[in-house]
Design a protein around this ligand. Structure first.
Ligand SMILES: Cc1ncc(COP(=O)(O)O)c(C=O)c1O
Length: 391
């Protein structure tokens, strides 16, 4: 019998799977069977949400009045986020430009929806955060993957933008520090890229989700030198709030009315309990806990990078932030996907194959996340070393 049922739309069919999810599911299955697995694939902090944030949420929910907030977010939270820019970077942002969203994901979606017309091109680094391509595709735009390597710190550069910018290009999307490489774009380069985009009638979308988790190197927000760029951020990573689904977008002032209408229509508002919880995110007691988390991530990075180099992985650039190491495994395997599978099955270590991050030599890279305790990371490295001796 032939089916007349309509298939999913092309944009939905063309969304690529997140390979790490299948890997995580297999890791959980092995754990359910009693195997010990070292997790180095998970892209979220292993620290609990700080107590002041949880307590603020509980106080709010107990009152029982859990209603929608305005689409742009709770005014108090928008003001608190604007004050955060003053306190952390010395940058004044009118709170009216701050849009509270459902994570950086919601912010990326709104920025793309506000900017992209069909067939518009957006430049993205390859390797890069996989969802960026999908957001552009979802808006019927064309993501243009620009290969980046160690020489450019795995980031787009003014020269690459110059080379790849066409009549169709409307923006470049930059994450600093980057997922999967943990590398920063220097302030000088970022401001040169903002200038270049401006001179071509375009803009930048700058994803600052890993700000706060930087272990060395000077950095600032793109808002310090440009008020015509879109800056994405989130409570997920530095603030240890992944599951609360809360982030923000700072948009150029003239885009805010359209963004407000988009948010109203697409999701009405970000979760209200999460917004009330986040009011406690910038308190000194919370920030002290978060800074302790940052110090712990740094300790893990400082152990992991030399340890991986010592067993044959190629890490040409020290990651300066986030909690990832993008490691070359070309000297160990020709197939990072099979390598990740074998590491999980045979050594009980879960890592993410390069295929999740683009088409630029993915078979020669894997991503390690140091979102497990130091002892676990040491155990993981020992298991990988044994696995490599056997194979
Ligand atoms: C670079 C980057 N941007 C955005 C996100 C989305 O984060 P969230 O929606 O939890 O804020 C992630 C998550 O891993 C990420 O790595």
């Amino acid at each position: 019998m032939t089916s007349t049922a309509r298939a999913a739309a092309r944009r939905a069919r063309e969304i690529e799977p997140f390979h790490v999810m299948a890997l995580l599911a297999r890791a959980k299955q092995l754990e359910a069977q009693g195997r010990s697995i070292v997790h180095m694939e998970i892209g979220e902090p292993d620290f609990p949400t700080p107590a002041p944030i949880r307590e603020a949420a509980i106080r709010f929910v107990e009152k029982g009045k859990v209603f929608y907030t305005p689409a742009l977010g709770l005014p108090e939270l928008r003001r608190a986020i604007a004050s955060h820019y003053r306190a952390r970077y010395g940058v004044e942002i009118p709170f009216e430009r701050v849009v509270v969203t459902t994570g950086a994901s919601g912010a990326l979606m709104l920025a793309c929806a506000a900017l992209i017309d069909p067939r518009d091109e957006v430049l993205v680094a390859d390797p890069g955060y996989p969802c960026n391509r999908q957001f552009v595709r979802l808006m019927e735009g064309t993501p243009v993957a620009v290969p980046v390597d160690a020489a450019s710190g795995y980031q787009l550069t003014p020269a690459l933008l110059e080379q790849r910018w066409t009549q169709r290009t409307i923006a470049a999307l930059i994450a600093s520090p980057s997922n999967p490489t943990g590398t920063l774009v220097s302030t000088e380069r970022l401001s040169a890229m903002a200038e270049l985009a401006r001179s071509r009638g375009g803009t930048l979308i700058v994803d600052e989700i890993y700000h706060g988790l930087v272990y060395e190197g000077d950095y600032t927000t793109a808002l310090a030198f440009a008020d015509d760029v879109f800056v994405v951020n989130s409570f997920s990573k530095y603030f240890n709030m992944t599951g609360w689904r809360l982030g923000w977008l700072v948009a150029p002032e003239r885009f805010v009315p359209e963004i407000e209408r988009l948010a109203q229509n697409v999701y009405l508002a970000a979760p209200t309990p999460a917004q009330h919880a986040a009011l406690a995110a910038f308190e000194p007691a919370t920030l002290a806990l978060l800074e302790a988390g940052r110090a712990e991530f740094r300790r893990r990075r400082d152990y992991l990078v030399p340890a991986l180099r010592g067993i044959g992985f190629d890490i040409p650039v020290m990651p300066q932030g986030a909690f990832y190491v993008y490691a070359g495994c070309g000297g160990l395997t020709r197939d990072s996907f099979g390598f990740a599978r074998d590491l999980l099955e045979e050594a009980g270590v879960a890592v993410t194959p390069g295929a999740d991050f683009g088409a630029n030599a993915p078979q020669r890279h894997v991503r390690f996340a140091y979102t497990s305790a130091l002892e676990q990371l040491k155990e993981g490295v020992a298991r990988i070393a044994k696995f490599l001796e056997r194979n």
